[in-house]
Design a protein around this ligand. Structure first.
Ligand SMILES: O=P(O)(O)OC[C@H]1O[C@H](O[C@H]2O[C@H](CO)[C@@H](O)[C@H](O)[C@H]2O)[C@H](O)[C@@H](O)[C@@H]1O
Length: 255
């Protein structure tokens, strides 16, 4: 953990806590289906929710997958924004954008491209977005760099955007980001907003928090998990790993 504990005890009844999943609440693992929230996450968030905080998971995963993997569905009042703001899960109900037309085109075009890649490369189909994974390739970084231009050309021709993530190229609806999800969480009664993230896809959420704080005088607190330099530089507080973040969340509930 780095940074001073300069986060004053917030009035939890007017606090929103938004958290990314992979790399923030869960360690990064080679098989996305094996990702799990760090020990004690559900309990720490349930305590905060019982004290009045609104808890949201804001993730690139689809909402139902993150609920299944995280074990957080029992956290009172939990909201999940999935697929970078394209989906919302609240009170057991899922609201989702329509699949963009270009996705079907990419779904047909990508397999022959990936057949020519390292055998460890695979495609995750999340319905509204597709993800090329290279983490299991012999040289994940080189493979990602090699595939990026062709994947980007195909995606842009289909009206979609490619965003880099940790060992992934994420193909998704353009102009939609976690900033949109965070904006929807910042209702007029919110006085303190916390967001925890680990990757460059989380930076728009941090920026949205800062904009909101400037406009409303609210208190924004961005927390980084892991070692991505841009994310750490943009944060008020940095944690080494998900377990470290969960310890802090637990302390927050005890203040
Ligand atoms: O916004 P997030 O909750 O951080 O989700 C981003 C992507 O997470 C998943 O991929 C990442 O985690 C995997 C499991 O640890 C790892 O194998 C992969 O290399 C990481 O990029 C997920 O598979 C993607 O769909 C999400 O967009």
């Amino acid at each position: 953990m780095t940074g001073t504990d300069d986060f004053p005890p917030p009035d939890l009844a007017h606090t929103v806590i938004g958290l990314d999943f992979d790399g923030t609440l869960s360690e990064i693992v080679p098989n996305p289906d094996a990702a799990r929230a760090a020990d004690g996450t559900a309990q720490a968030l349930a305590v905060l929710a019982a004290a009045g905080a609104r808890i949201a998971i804001v993730t690139g995963r689809d909402a139902e997958t993150v609920l299944r993997l995280s074990g957080l569905s029992a956290v009172p009042g939990l909201v999940v924004s999935g697929l970078h703001g394209a989906q919302w899960w609240r009170d057991g109900q899922l609201r989702s954008r329509d699949e963009p037309p270009g996705i079907a085109q990419l779904r047909a075009q990508l397999p022959p491209v990936l057949e020519r890649a390292d055998p460890g490369v695979w495609l995750e189909d999340k319905g509204l977005s597709l993800v090329v994974h290279t983490r299991r390739a012999a040289d994940p970084v080189t493979e990602l760099d090699r595939l990026r231009p062709e994947v980007r050309t195909l995606a842009e021709a289909a009206g979609l955007q490619v965003v880099d993530g940790k060992g992934v190229l994420e193909i998704r609806i353009p102009q939609l980001s976690k900033a949109d999800a965070v904006a929807e969480l910042l209702t007029p009664d919110v006085r303190t907003a916390v967001f925890g993230g680990d990757d460059i896809g989380d930076l728009p959420a941090f920026e949205q928090l800062r904009r909101w704080a400037r406009q409303t005088g609210g208190h924004a607190y961005a927390v980084a998990v892991g070692d991505v330099a841009e994310v750490r530089a943009a944060a008020d507080r940095c944690f080494d790993d998900p377990a470290d973040l969960v310890r802090w969340l637990r302390q927050l509930g005890q203040r």
